[in-house]
Design a binder for this molecule. Structure first.
Ligand code: SF4
Length: 413
């Protein structure tokens, strides 16, 4: 998405295809690509869909439709050799999607920033801040994406800051570094999505308040624009304070997502967030006082977690007085410490979509973990506040909102 703006500014004509969001069959996607007659292809792949991505890109290659193929995504980024082996047509890997590497590679630049070439040489990204024109939101199908927030309204995705300053054992985003974007440029992109008719935005930062002063300044500048946009975003719950919560609310923030991960402070510290439960409670309170709803994210099945700890985590989620909660099973994504852990310990492996890693870290079986997750979800949502949160969202997009919420539930059962 970010690359659509960068490549357009570099003089390329763009065809944007999100076959998954548009529910296209492989045949339909290939027909669309053939019709576009591409001179070059940039493909986003991922661990959760890797086996399908490989099969599709090989099929595309056999049809002669992968000229100058560059891969993006976590498998190529962290396991380049595997990606080049599995997808022989790949010419390069884009390791930093905010950089000019893809355009530079296609222009035969010998040092394309943020690129790994087929020799395995990594050309580092060049900038500590990132700057790019707005993404081509006009190419995106407005109704293709779903979130259980904003009463089912269509939303645009906008990135303000790239990467994350933390490093959690189960997440690879911290391995990307952290780059701030020029505030004026980010506001310009929000103006653009507003002009296209969006009234809801998913600010896609992994940790928006990774540098507090920059984030506060962004929120204050946005509030002055009177853009009538409501948005959700991920933040770290420490440091997080009342001043920040109020500035975010004034700028249109309606939902903050925090990764609390577990009820155990020591386990949370071991995974990379040495923050107390008291800080978690305070962050939720600051948000509610500012009129912002809170979605908490938890990880079940981390090394060191037993059934008792998972039950305590589910209780903690209820005690935090959250509006939404997401209970996720631990997986060993490429580039994470957990991946190293599974590989060095020869624990069971597989891709996240096949749940191959979910029972690799604890003595609990995959079935037990899934049962505990179902319990946590049911006990969290069958209470007044979360039900009120869902019902409060009723409005013009009610059916869409309900369908999105039901689909989110059904994935866990
Ligand atoms: S889990 Fe969140 S805070 Fe931790 S590295 Fe990933 S994005 Fe950063």
């Amino acid at each position: 998405m970010v690359q659509s703006g960068i490549l357009t500014a570099q003089g390329h004509d763009i065809t944007f295809i999100d076959a998954i969001a548009s529910r296209m069959s492989a045949e339909h996607a290939i027909d669309r690509i053939r019709a576009a007659k591409p001179d070059a292809v940039l493909a986003l792949t991922g661990d959760a869909s890797w086996s399908n991505d490989v099969r599709f890109l090989r099929r595309l290659g056999a049809a002669g439709l992968t000229p100058q193929l560059i891969l993006s995504g976590d498998v190529p980024r962290f396991e380049a050799q595997r990606a080049f082996t599995d997808i022989p047509d790949a010419q390069a890997i884009l390791t930093d999607f905010t950089d000019l590497g893809a355009a530079a590679f296609w222009a035969n630049d010998p040092q394309p920033p943020g690129i790994i070439d087929r020799t395995g040489t990594e050309h580092p990204a060049t900038t500590r801040r990132w700057s790019s024109p707005s993404a081509r939101h006009d190419l995106i199908a407005m109704n293709a994406y779903r979130l259980p927030f904003h009463a089912g309204q269509p939303f645009a995705s906008v990135l303000v800051n790239y990467g994350c300053p933390f490093s959690c054992t189960f997440c690879n985003t911290g391995e990307l570094g952290y780059k701030l974007r020029d505030i004026g440029e980010a506001i310009e992109e929000l103006r653009l999505v507003h002009s296209l008719g969006y009234r809801a935005v998913y600010i896609r930062d992994a940790t928006a308040n990774g540098q507090r002063t920059h984030w506060l300044s962004f929120c204050r500048t946005l509030a002055q624009q009177n853009l009538d946009l409501q948005w959700n975003v991920f933040c770290t719950f420490r440091p997080f304070d009342a001043q920040l919560a109020h500035a975010m609310a004034d700028a249109g923030c309606r939902i903050v997502q925090f990764g609390f991960e577990t009820a155990s402070e020591s386990l949370r510290g071991e995974t990379g967030k040495p923050f107390s439960n008291e800080a978690a409670q305070a962050a939720v309170r600051y948000c509610h006082e500012a009129g912002i709803r809170v979605c908490g994210h938890f990880v079940l099945g981390l090394p060191g977690q037993d059934e008792r700890e998972i039950l305590e985590t589910a209780t903690f989620a209820r005690k935090l007085d959250l509006d939404y909660a997401s209970f996720n099973l631990a997986t060993a994504r490429p580039g994470t410490h957990l991946r190293e852990h599974t590989q060095s310990g020869q624990l069971p492996g597989g891709d996240a979509s096949a749940d191959g890693f979910v029972d690799g870290f604890t003595d609990l079986s995959q079935q037990a973990l899934k049962r505990l997750r179902r319990q946590a979800i049911v006990r969290f949502y069958l209470r007044p506040r979360p039900i009120r949160t869902i019902v409060d969202g009723f409005g013009p997009g009610t059916w869409r909102h309900l369908a999105t919420t039901a689909r989110a539930f059904s994935r866990a059962f």
